[in-house]
Ligand binder design. Structure first.
Ligand SMILES: NC(=O)c1ccc[n+]([C@@H]2O[C@H](COP(=O)([O-])OP(=O)(O)OC[C@H]3O[C@@H](n4cnc5c(N)ncnc54)[C@H](O)[C@@H]3O)[C@@H](O)[C@H]2O)c1
Length: 438
């Protein structure tokens, strides 16, 4: 099938490359000309394991191309994916202006009556995470901008991939949700995904739109729940890891997303929980659980930094090492990363920060503050430090040479914001260890 993917970010690029791998003819489009230039010259602007090889292979086999020309790309496509960003506005509402703008661009490219020469039926698939009702808005925008009703159908096909394991998630999804009103469109999209042999769920467009928000909100709830239990553990003398292991063995609950820590961040959970709260409120419902989920998450980093402050007393002028900056391991994504909040709070106390991340190497907005330096390896970051603070659970941190770390540091404090180190080993190496919920 001939496919265009509008928006070549984490979701669009992975979608485009994976669909090409399935044998489709894909063109990825973006307004960001620099991104398209990089991609066209074989450079991948993001870090996602396996993506570079996948892109290069499909480009070399002529199934994948990049373009900034939306009109010509859309005209020759049977299926058009919208995969642009839908960030949060200040009040939590999802900003859907990029989706609307793409809908208008598509309309401009394909407008005309059904009899128009070369006017073929097109399926417009919304992969961006959008508030319920966006499918109707896109449909209306296309009609209002001159596209005949019978020349297209809008489908909602939310994406559930996780950064860091995006290719595997796309190729082996737990389910594919197709929200459609039009039987022909549903059949086209089912055919497009047929090589994946996946469990396909057919729903209304509005249900598909809510399925995405409900999934992310539930996962965020699980994390905030275990963080709340962790905070109780600290006060009553239980160990949250032991609690979570046993609770998680209950098949009705499951162990996934029950790891206590600094809370959730990233480009999806914060904005999606906020957008769902906004959506519910706009319809006259007060979503109390979701509001608490957000509040518990916001308080988690503050409590953690409070613990560091209480232990080290005055942070002013103290050198602190932050290990891990990306919002989770195996990605370079810093959007809403808990590290940013930890760093901001530590800097506001006058601490001097040295940081290290295996992938994130350029954090100009932090370095500009003049009080944070990025090291090339964890040991360089630990030199002369008074506390080691783990913010992201990159696997390499569990392999740290603790003896060497202890010799390099000035004071023996370890604050493990992800319970990723072996506490016993850390203590045996002579450190004072502070985890979450322990
Ligand atoms: N990142 C994830 O893990 C993930 C997972 C599931 C769903 N989603 C959803 O997918 C959508 C995209 O997320 P992302 O992380 O890929 O965002 P992103 O910011 O990485 O990519 C969005 C891309 O769209 C481009 N763009 C913006 N306006 C455009 C326009 N008018 N025409 C063409 N291109 C345009 C931007 O330049 C950017 O390259 C969001 O709605 C997000 O909630 C993201």
């Amino acid at each position: 099938m001939k496919i265009s993917v509008i928006g070549s970010g984490y979701v669009g690029l992975v979608t485009g490359a994976c669909l090409a791998e399935l044998g489709h003819q894909v063109t990825c489009v973006d307004v960001d000309k620099l991104k398209i230039k990089l991609l066209s010259s074989g450079k991948i602007p993001i870090f996602e394991p396996g993506l570079e090889e996948l892109v290069l292979r499909n480009v070399s086999q002529d199934r994948l191309a990049f373009s900034s020309a939306i009109a010509s790309t859309v005209k020759k496509s049977e299926v058009i994916f919208i995969a642009v960003g839908t960030p949060s506005r200040a009040d939590g509402e999802a900003d859907v202006s990029a989706v609307e703008s793409v809908a208008k661009e598509i309309a401009k490219a394909i407008k005309g009556p059904s009899g128009k020469a070369g006017a073929a039926y097109k399926v417009i698939v919304n992969k961006s995470t959008v508030p319920v009702g966006m499918g109707d808005i896109v449909t209306k925008l296309l009609i209002k901008n001159g596209v005949a009703k019978n020349r297209f159908a809008v489908v909602s096909n939310p994406e559930f991939l996780r950064e860091g394991s995006a290719l595997d998630d796309f190729m082996h999804p737990d389910r594919i949700v197709i929200g459609a009103q039009d039987k022909r469109a549903y059949e086209v999209i089912t055919e497009l995904y047929r090589p994946l042999n996946a469990h396909i769920i057919f729903t209304s467009i509005k249900s598909a739109e809510l399925i995405k928000y409900a999934s992310n909100a539930f996962l965020a709830t699980k994390i905030s729940f275990i963080n709340e239990i962790a905070n109780v553990c600290e006060r009553v003398g239980s160990d949250v890891s032991e609690v979570a292991d046993a609770v998680g063995l209950d098949k009705r609950i499951g162990r996934a997303f029950l790891s206590a820590g600094l809370g959730w961040g990233g480009s999806c959970f914060p904005k999606d929980v906020s957008a769902l709260i906004h959506l519910a409120r706009a319809k006259g419902y007060n979503p109390e659980i979701l509001e608490s989920v957000l509040n518990v998450n916001q308080a988690q980093v503050e409590m953690f930094v409070g613990k560091i402050k209480k232990t080290l007393k005055n942070l002013n002028g103290k050198v602190i090492t932050v290990l891990g900056l990306s919002f989770k391991p195996n990605t370079d994504d810093l959007r809403e990363a808990p590290s940013l909040k930890v760093i901001e709070l530590l800097l506001s106390e006058g601490a001097k920060l040295k940081a290290y991340d295996p992938i994130v190497k350029n954090v100009d907005q932090l370095k500009n503050k003049g009080m944070i330096s990025l090291a090339d390896d964890p040991y360089e970051a630990l030199q002369g430090s008074q506390a080691l603070v783990i913010v992201t659970e990159w696997p390499e941190f569990t392999e740290l040479d603790l003896k060497k770390a202890k010799q390099l540091m000035q004071k023996p404090y370890v604050f493990d914001g992800r319970n990723t180190l072996n506490a016993k080993r850390v203590k045996e190496a002579g450190f004072k260890y502070f985890g979450i919920g322990k």
